[in-house]
Design a protein around this ligand. Structure first.
Ligand SMILES: Nc1ncnc2c1ncn2[C@@H]1O[C@H](COP(=O)(O)OP(=O)(O)OP(=O)(O)O)[C@@H](O)[C@H]1O
Ligand SMILES: [Mg+2]
Length: 364
């Protein structure tokens, strides 16, 4: 097997074992294989032979009186702020790690079984993305969610490796590549070579932190309370740079006046948004610089040539690529369909699932 085949590229991480082969051979009949990217904001699936499943918000609704979960995904998210006090809207992941185990299992079960395959699926085999460097407890939490949905086999794949495969670079990895995943709950930075992940960094600077900062700025500057969704919409509309020539400089939102208690509409400027989110962006830039400093010099030149690849929903922040290029001095490019790259990569890795060691063995 040549050095540059995708399987070889990722097999180092997975310690391919032949002991599973019979089980895998039997297991590959009558099961569905699914790539899973479970994120703080969204869960995205890639079902083998079917492709991407429309992402669902990583949100569930629970009735505290009956102790039952009763809604998930975008439907549950839309209930936020509109439910009686006995109903709780829960995000089972915070800062990209599972904080509500039962909730995460319920969410995964619903998305895998109900939303797409209408309950027809039994004992799927999963390849699940995990942030690089995640601790053992968190890996276990993901595996337990997989067990709870009856997964027959589960393989954990480091997100940067999934991203490389998702971008079609797994089979032909360049000498040095930097991938920055700007997610809803965290930012993941990794440098990869054809031998795997060389340096990685995880930080809690995130899209939802930016939304909170926008919400705070609007409250302080205009004395108006807005919701998280409105804050996110302002961030998406106005982006990272208020001096961009193209696109709107001002966006309207509605909220509640702190002074009068009445509903009001206001126009928020791109400068307001930049003021709110810049401290978070600058933390990310500092982390990128730190990772570059920790990168072996032999890989730096190719990173400069290939540029920094931006993935995750936050990569769609208007002007982020230009800002990173300017501040870091290395060109940054937004990947195609940046929010789905990890799930597509986990989906591509399904081709090799028979050869991967079952991570569920680590639970025993
Ligand atoms: N066009 C856009 N402009 C700016 N931000 C965006 C845009 N589209 C999505 N986002 C942001 O991307 C984030 C969600 O990204 P993503 O789906 O990659 O996160 P996640 O995978 O669920 O989270 P994580 O990987 O951090 O656990 C949200 O904060 C959302 O506001
Ligand atoms: Mg993510």
């Amino acid at each position: 097997m040549s050095e540059s085949t995708g399987i070889n590229f990722i097999s180092r991480k997975f310690r391919i074992s032949s002991q599973n082969s019979l089980v895998d051979w039997i297991g590959s009949f009558g099961t569905e294989d699914i790539g899973v990217d479970m994120g703080t904001s969204n869960t995205v699936l890639f079902v083998k032979h079917k492709g991407l499943v429309f992402p669902e918000a990583s949100v569930i609704a629970r009735n505290d009186l009956t102790k039952e979960y009763f809604a998930f995904g975008t439907k549950a998210e839309e209930m936020e702020g509109k439910t009686p006090s006995a109903v709780r809207i829960i995000r089972p992941l915070k800062q990209s790690v599972i904080v509500d185990y039962g909730g995460a299992a319920y969410l995964l079960n619903c998305i895998v079984n109900h939303s797409y395959l209408k309950g027809l699926l039994f004992h799927p085999r999963l390849i699940m993305c995990v942030p690089a460097g995640i601790n053992g407890v968190q890996r276990r939490a993901l595996l337990e969610a997989a067990v709870a949905i009856g997964a027959r086999k589960t393989v954990l794949i480091d997100q940067p490796l999934a991203a490389m495969m998702g971008m079609g670079l797994g089979k032909h990895p360049k000498e040095g590549t930097m991938v920055v995943d700007l997610g809803g709950g965290s930012t993941k930075i990794a440098v990869l070579s054809k031998h795997g992940i060389i340096v990685s960094h995880f930080s809690t600077a995130s899209g939802s932190e930016m939304d909170q900062a926008v919400l705070n700025t609007v409250r302080e500057k205009y004395h108006i309370l807005i919701g998280h969704k409105s804050a996110e919409s302002l961030k998406i509309a106005l982006g990272a740079m208020w001096d961009l020539k193209n696109g709107p400089q001002i966006a309207e939102t509605s909220g509640m006046s702190i002074v009068s208690g009445l509903p009001v509409k206001i126009a928020v400027t791109g400068e307001d948004i930049a003021h709110a989110i810049n401290p978070i962006l600058y933390r990310i830039f500092k982390d990128i610089r730190d990772v570059l400093q920790r990168t072996p010099p032999a890989l730096l030149q190719s990173i400069k040539e290939n540029g920094i690849i931006l993935i995750g929903g936050g990569a769609e922040l208007r002007g982020i690529d230009e800002l990173i290029s300017r501040v870091i001095g290395v060109p940054a490019h937004v990947a195609e369909r940046p929010s789905y790259v990890n799930a597509v990569g986990a989906g591509s890795a399904l081709e090799y699932i028979n050869e991967f060691r079952d991570s569920l063995q680590d639970l025993h």
